[in-house]
Design a protein around this ligand. Structure first.
Ligand SMILES: [Fe+2]
Length: 200
């Protein structure tokens, strides 16, 4: 970096989520997902079958600056799976700076962007290759893989947004579950454990 001017990034995005030019990555494995899925018996059965190191999702990121005005650009690759009738999900979050928006653009697979506001609105938007979701600020969001292949998205959001992962846990999970509904189908169902989100 020269002075305070960040360097441009040249990124190559593959349909399998590999991003040439990424500056960091992280992975969430089955052992990291305790308490995320409503059907804890199904989660524990999956844990016994696949082990705690079984990959659930991988995120690759490109960061070239911190703070207001900078972007974080990356890919999210969510493996397919079912825990009871609930499809595989990312942990989900509200941005710590709640007004920060985000773009998700599907590179491959079949997924749903599950979106909720703190005052009880829910949207479940289907995503396939070439389709994007503009996640506004103030919406809790989570990716869901409703297909049989990895669900891969390009994302882009403000570097000062941050993530509040605790909100969903404290609320007993998101208000809605994305569940299997017939062969190849999905629908949303109220999560009876949801306690409501705290006002912010
Ligand atoms: Fe986000």
């Amino acid at each position: 970096m020269t002075g305070t001017v960040p360097e441009p990034g040249l990124l190559a995005l593959a349909a399998d989520g590999v991003m040439t030019g990424a500056t960091s990555h992280y992975e969430k494995r089955l052992g990291d997902m305790a308490g995320v899925y409503r059907d804890d018996d199904a989660y524990r059965a999956a844990l016994a079958e696949h082990g705690p190191d079984f990959l659930v999702y991988r995120v690759e990121e490109h960061r070239n600056a911190e703070g207001q005005g900078a972007l974080i650009i990356g890919t999210s690759t969510l493996q397919p799976g079912r825990y009871g009738d609930e499809f595989a999900v990312t942990r989900g979050h509200l941005h710590a700076q709640a007004d920060r928006a985000e773009l998700y653009y599907c590179l491959s697979g079949t997924g749903v962007m599950l979106l909720e506001t703190l005052d009880g609105r829910t949207e479940a938007l289907p995503m396939g290759p070439g389709e994007a979701v503009h996640v506004p600020g103030h919406w809790v969001h989570r990716s869901v893989n409703v297909g049989t292949e990895p669900f891969v998205s390009l994302f882009c959001y403000g570097a000062d947004a941050g993530q509040d992962y605790e909100l969903i846990r404290a609320a007993g999970g998101m208000k809605s579950l994305v569940v299997a509904d017939g062969p190849g189908g999905w629908s949303t169902r109220p999560n009876p454990d949801h306690l409501g989100y705290p006002a912010r």
